[in-house]
Design a protein. Structure first.
Length: 208
């Protein structure tokens, strides 16, 4: 083992030893590591590129959501276009828009809430969660009754974020009767959140 000038063993450079070797990194991973947001957006915008590369680019924008800087507006425009694509790219574009808390993505989340793909519906619920918009309450209530447990779990979290006390009866029922423990737990967590921040307007409770 090489020695340090002091005579003791040389210190191990853990940061270098622990990171993924460059030759194993994808093109997008290298760009993300370099924080080259412009190049990542360019990959996503190029519809002639491979779908998996573009999906990876959209996910990278989700990971970098807090650091897009001057590229944010351009990124949002390209991501919104990608939400209408029938491919894996759409899922990660929805996630990126959710992580950006982008209010103009609300129509895209509403369309996604009606999609046949349960993962798309899950990302829609996550988008509603991030936006916390009362205008999406009806869609989220619908997702709480989805046939897929992952969608229901995400919908319960979204209802907690929206903070409308009218949904308490729906969450109380889910917390007791849902067949999956992770959904029941999410419903209970939402009820706790509503106990702190929930508002109960005079209107009737949303129904499903």
């Amino acid at each position: 083992m090489p020695s340090h000038p002091s005579g003791s063993p040389a210190p191990v450079r853990k940061d270098r030893n622990m990171r993924t070797p460059a030759f194993l990194q994808t093109r997008v991973e290298r760009l993300e590591h370099a924080r080259d947001v412009g190049a990542i957006i360019a990959i996503l915008a190029d519809r002639s590129d491979k779908a998996y590369e573009r999906a990876h680019a959209a996910k990278a924008l989700a990971d970098l959501a807090g650091g897009l800087g001057d590229f944010r507006e351009h990124a949002v425009a390209i991501l919104l276009q990608a939400t209408d694509e029938p491919s894996e790219v759409r899922k990660w574009a929805l996630l990126a828009l959710a992580e950006l808390h982008e209010p103009t993505a609300l129509p895209a989340f509403r369309r996604a809430a009606q999609d046949r793909d349960w993962m798309i519906r899950t990302f829609a619920a996550h988008g509603f969660d991030r936006l916390r918009s009362h205008d999406s309450l009806a869609e989220v209530v619908g997702l709480l009754a989805d046939r897929e447990s992952g969608v229901r779990e995400a919908a319960a979290a979204a209802l907690a974020s929206i903070g409308d006390g009218r949904v308490r009866p729906l969450l109380e029922r889910a917390a007791v009767t849902d067949p999956y423990p992770w959904v029941r737990e999410a419903a209970r967590d939402a009820l706790v959140a509503l106990g702190v921040s929930g508002r109960s307007p005079g209107a009737q409770s949303p129904r499903r």
